[in-house]
Design a protein around this ligand. Structure first.
Ligand code: DOR
Ligand code: ZN
Length: 335
């Protein structure tokens, strides 16, 4: 069996910088483009930083037909700065992190009132707001607790396009249907695993991410929303590579490196559930419609012939372990 996708997009991707960028970028090059996260050290906060980073991303991709949709780390900005950002080539939107909520987010927002003016301007200008939606509460409740913030944002700024990034709960899926200006991304791992896979047996550091994987009912709700073709749900891998020594460590960094297996696993997931016809919209169509994107034309054919996942990727002095390291997957990308 084969499945051909038109211009698949990854609507949430961490590529990092330097040698790690050189290693990871080519592993996403089967996608036609991706929304590139700005949580570098220091975070990408100005158009100049963003343009320079986009250039490094393109260099790392070495001529691949791949569009980096660039984001800026949300900070409170005035009209002049916002206009400059909006007109920077390749700019896609702002990524808002609550301060300290995840990797390199210390400079995020600690009080939403400081963001009000900027959010109003973004609403008027049509700039998308991408949000890491977690509170600082108990780890399993963080997303659920943040839903009131989404409600507040969606009703206060009814024309602001708000993306709930990497949703992990049934409650977040339900919230999508309350507000037409909300959309969401969901990762591969949150469609596949629960907290049991992370910590139910021996601790699996390579499956540890934020938000943490939740309960079976949450995974089921996410999966059903994806398989049924929810029009405002998009694939965003949140593939977040960390050096192996930072994952297999006392004090494990959060992030699952899924880029190399994302498309084969999605093909497997959608075909085994009889939903192959819904995959195109999930990996591209919904994003193109919601954000008005016209990605680089690219056809990617997947087939049900096995893929041997490397136990690690090593180059440029970096070592990263992918999800399903060392395993054989039933689907692969046809060369
Ligand atoms: O697990 C995660 N890793 N969640 C995030 O929000 C950030 C990401 C990273 O950058 O490592
Ligand atoms: Zn992320």
């Amino acid at each position: 069996m084969e499945l051909t996708l038109d211009s698949p997009l990854d609507m949430h991707l961490h590529l990092r910088d330097g040698d790690m960028l050189k290693l990871t970028a080519p592993l996403s090059a089967d996608f036609a483009g991706a929304v590139i996260m700005p949580n570098l050290v220091p975070p990408v906060t100005t158009p100049d930083m963003m343009l320079a980073y986009a250039e490094r991303v393109r260099e790392a991709l070495d001529g691949a037909a791949f569009t980096p949709y660039m984001t800026l780390f949300f900070t409170a900005l005035g009209e002049k700065e916002l206009t400059a950002a909006a007109s920077a080539p390749g700019f896609f939107g702002f990524k808002l992190y609550p301060a300290g909520i995840t990797t390199n987010s210390e400079g995020g927002v600690s009080n939403l009132t400081e963001a009000e003016h900027t959010l109003r301007l973004m609403e008027e200008t049509g700039i998308p707001l991408l949000v890491h939606g977690e509170s600082h509460g108990f780890v399993m409740d963080r997303e659920q607790e943040f839903l009131s913030v989404y409600r507040h944002l969606a009703s206060t700024y009814p024309k602001l396009r708000i993306c709930m990034e990497h949703i992990t709960t049934a409650a977040a899926v339900e919230l999508l249907d309350e507000f037409p200006n909300l959309c969401a991304t969901v990762t591969l791992q949150h469609l596949l695993i629960t907290l049991d896979e992370v910590a139910g047996g021996m601790l699996q550091p390579h499956l540890f991410c934020k938000p943490i994987a939740k309960r079976p009912a949450d995974r089921e709700a996410l999966l059903q929303a994806a398989l049924s073709g929810h029009p405002r749900l998009m694939f965003g891998s949140d593939s977040a590579p960390h050096p192996r020594c930072k994952k297999e460590a006392c004090g494990c960094a959060a992030g699952v490196f899924t880029a190399p297996v994302a498309l084969p696993k999605l093909a497997e997931l959608f075909t085994t559930h009889g939903a192959a016809d819904k995959l195109q919209d999930f990996v591209s169509g919904n994003a193109c419609r919601l954000y008005g994107l016209t990605p680089t034309p690219k056809k990617v054919t997947l087939s049900d012939s096995p893929m041997q996942v490397p136990s690690r990727y090593c180059s440029f002095g970096q070592e990263v372990v992918p999800m399903y390291a060392g395993q054989t997957l039933p689907w692969s990308i046809k060369a």
